[in-house]
Ligand binder design. Structure first.
Ligand SMILES: *Cc1c(COP(=O)(O)O)cnc(C)c1O
Length: 392
């Protein structure tokens, strides 16, 4: 890290912006051109080569936020994950994957990697021994996601980077939930940071994009695969994402603040069995989270006490919407058992700690008191229901 690097909100606002030489406009001009003058072989610009002016500009911002040398912007979070994995794995290689990861990433490993002759093992848990146990002589990559979805468990980044060095593995993290505002894994020695920019980076539930940050050397390897697989992002969406990222620092801080207060409020509620939020002292990984995170994100999960119908609860909310995705400025909620983890067997869900009463809550930037009023109303509705049942 450079000692005089600008503050995080300044990076969000300015790093990588393009100068409007012609009209002196205040923001980056949007260059939609898919065809550029053939200057020389090194600067052949073409959208699929990840090197249009807007793509390069935004990649610099992501790299600066992640304390890395370079970055690449992708058409989706899954494009970022798949291109990065395929850049460091070839036939006969093996990858160690953290036990619970994003469903799409899980499907990519399980459905796609075997076609390339690449094998994988999921860890049994989150400890050093759990990871060490799965490393084989042909292991090349160690892949983690922290905080994890939906239970917000924390993986020790310093431990992962130590193992990666010991066994000469490339370490990769899906840093989507934390964002570089809350967690900069490069500071702990992690090699490659991957984002679904569809989430907090975009932040308004209207963009699908991905991003990667790493050393120049690693980015060059990913670029070599990327130009063949073709997962770059259209410049118009790059430009929208740049616009979104200007406010990422202040948005994420607002998400953090709301979530911390609501986590505590839910934790004290009689109809809540358990809250999973790394910012709570009661969370099993709170100390570790404190060590490696600057804030605890706007994501949490909570379990309703048994007998409370999770669907009835969600249907009784009015401002907080039921929605599949997450990390927008608006609050959303879903049942992992019915959505993201619906394809798993009931036994597998139980093994992963995902009960039918578990709800994943993406806390937006609305006023905290309005969110609490909405939750209170839903709790009143479900307790009416409970009361009636017990009278029957
Ligand atoms: C959404 C998400 C992804 C996938 O991103 P897409 O933009 O949907 O392709 C990957 N990881 C995490 C943690 C996510 O939440």
């Amino acid at each position: 890290m450079k000692s005089k690097s600008p503050g995080v909100n300044t990076i969000c606002t300015h790093v990588g912006e393009l100068k409007d030489e012609q009209y002196k406009g205040a923001i980056s001009p949007l260059y939609m051109s898919s065809s550029y003058a053939y200057e020389n072989v090194d600067v052949k610009r073409y959208p699929r080569y990840f090197n249009t002016p807007n793509q390069e500009g935004l990649a610099k911002k992501v790299a600066a936020l992640e304390h890395c040398e370079a970055g690449l912007i992708f058409g989706s979070g899954m494009a970022a994950i798949s291109h990065t994995m395929l850049a460091f794995l070839r036939q006969g290689d093996h990858v160690v994957v953290q036990k619970t990861i994003y469903g799409g990433a899980y499907n990519f490993m399980v459905e796609e990697l075997p076609k390339y002759g690449i094998s994988f093992d999921f860890t049994d848990g989150f400890t050093e021994t759990d990871f060490r146990n799965k490393i084989k002589p042909n292991t090349k990559v160690i892949y983690v996601e922290t905080p994890s979805n939906p239970l917000m468990l924390i993986t020790d980044l310093e431990m992962i980077s130590r193992l990666a060095k010991e066994y000469r593995l490339v370490s990769m993290i899906d840093n989507t939930f934390a964002t570089p505002i809350n967690q900069t894994p490069a500071d702990f020695g992690i090699d490659i940071m991957i984002h679904s920019a569809t989430k907090y980076m975009g932040g308004h539930s209207d963009i699908c994009a991905g991003a990667v940050a790493a050393s120049e050397e690693h980015i060059k390897k990913i670029w070599n695969v990327g130009k063949n697989l073709g997962g770059s992002l259209s410049d118009y969406t790059v430009w929208l994402l740049e616009r979104s990222m200007k406010t990422m620092g202040i948005r994420v801080k607002a998400h953090n603040r709301n979530a911390r207060k609501i986590a505590r409020w839910l934790n004290d509620h009689e109809l809540v069995q358990k809250v999973y939020y790394p910012g709570l002292k009661e969370h099993p990984d709170h100390e570790l989270a404190k060590k490696q995170m600057k804030g605890y994100t706007g994501m949490l999960s909570f379990e309703l006490v048994s007998g409370v119908d999770p669907n009835k609860f969600m249907e009784s909310l009015s401002m907080i919407k039921q929605s599949m995705s997450l990390a927008g400025v608006e609050s959303t909620i879903l049942s992992p058992a019915k959505t993201s983890h619906a394809l798993l067997s009931a036994e597998e869900r139980e093994r992963q700690g995902i009960s039918d009463g578990l709800l994943r809550f993406s806390i937006g930037i609305e006023n905290k008191n309005d969110l609490i009023a909405d939750l209170e109303h839903a709790f009143r509705e479900v307790s009416k229901n409970r009361l009636q049942k017990s009278l029957v």
